[in-house]
Design a protein around this ligand. Structure first.
Ligand SMILES: NC(=O)c1ccc[n+]([C@@H]2O[C@H](COP(=O)([O-])OP(=O)(O)OC[C@H]3O[C@@H](n4cnc5c(N)ncnc54)[C@H](OP(=O)(O)O)[C@@H]3O)[C@@H](O)[C@H]2O)c1
Length: 293
């Protein structure tokens, strides 16, 4: 099996490479980071796919700076939308299956019911708009799987878990938003899902929701992270957590108050999600081993 991965330096990209190296010697992986392949360069995308001839393309590259996107609309759309079109057209031309990753931020859900795939999309920020446009681009490939996920964390890159650990070192009290509800998702679980899809005889096609099981607020997610880090002796002092509202935590990009994805469709297809709670100690253990470097 020949797999071409973009976004190799990101959270999902690194977890995927680590999984291949540990468990899948039969996968021939070409993994490119932004320096090796800028996916906004259509000719470079076409050339690499023509030469490598993958069976599957995984697009884990994205512009993920949600707040910065508000002032960098053009760049966000170039990476999250137009570049997905380059990958989809090359995948179509060379008869390759495309797996693309999208986000819960395509929704603006304020209703408190887990969101299904066919729920009307209404992004509240530029990042979400660009990712929604990317989904349409990906659909240009006749063999495409789009995985919408949420609140990704891991031992790699920048994410909420690592921010909490960093703040715990310097702040006796941390303010955390308590009125946004979602599902944290371990990038390693996304990597495992991608691998299962790659090897499934009937690859699921179309849009699927996949996120860690268990809805939680950022405040409660922070509480779990700090409890575990403290019991693992990774932080000397457990900081006090102060629950605040979205109204009191102004950011350039608006975020949905409720972004719990309904994972029924992907579960029925044989790929049930994993509880994020069990991945928190796993990620902390990886950080202790220094594998984030
Ligand atoms: N992180 C989340 O909480 C979250 C939530 C929902 C959905 N998602 C989606 O999940 C997927 C993976 O996210 P992630 O957390 O792994 O993201 P990430 O850690 O930010 O990784 C994305 C990677 O894409 C690279 N990239 C940016 N522009 C590129 C370009 N023009 N050409 C090639 N590579 C480029 C980035 O490189 P640089 O670092 O050099 O810019 C980065 O290494 C994305 O599609 C994202 O939209 C993420």
């Amino acid at each position: 099996m020949r797999v071409f991965l973009t976004g190799a330096a990101g959270q999902v990209g690194k977890c995927f490479q680590s999984l291949v190296n540990k468990t899948y010697p039969n996968v021939t992986l070409l993994a490119t980071d932004r320096n090796q392949l800028d996916i906004t360069d259509e000719r470079a995308v076409e050339a690499i796919i023509a030469v490598f001839k993958p069976d599957v393309i995984i697009n884990a590259a994205a512009y993920t700076a949600v707040d910065r996107a508000e002032s960098e609309r053009q760049l966000a759309f170039a990476v999250n939308a137009q570049a997905v079109g380059h990958l989809a057209r090359a995948a179509k031309k060379h008869h390759v299956h495309l797996i693309h990753i999208s986000t819960d931020y395509v929704f603006s859900a304020e209703a408190y019911t887990p969101i299904k795939e066919d729920h009307p999309c209404q992004p509240q920020n530029i990042y979400g708009l660009s990712k929604l446009a990317g989904e349409s681009e990906a659909m240009a490939c006749p063999h495409a799987t789009i995985i919408r996920t949420s609140w990704v964390f891991s031992e790699f890159g920048n994410n909420f878990l690592k921010t909490m650990l960093r703040l715990a070192d310097t702040h006796p009290t941390i303010n955390v938003v308590a009125d946004q509800i979602g599902c944290p998702t371990y990038a390693g679980d996304i990597a495992s899902l991608l691998m299962k899809i790659i090897f499934s005889p009937e690859k699921p096609q179309g849009i699927y929701h996949y996120c860690g099981s268990g809805a939680v607020s950022w405040y409660d997610f922070a509480r779990v992270i700090l409890e575990q880090a403290w019991s693992d002796k990774m932080i000397a002092v457990k900081p006090a957590l102060n629950a605040i509202t979205t109204e009191h935590y102004q950011t350039p990009a608006k975020r949905p108050l409720y972004s719990v994805l309904n994972t029924g469709k992907i579960s029925v297809s044989g790929f049930p999600p994993e509880p994020w709670l069990k991945s928190v100690p796993v990620v902390l253990a990886q950080l202790r081993k220094g594998s984030q470097l």
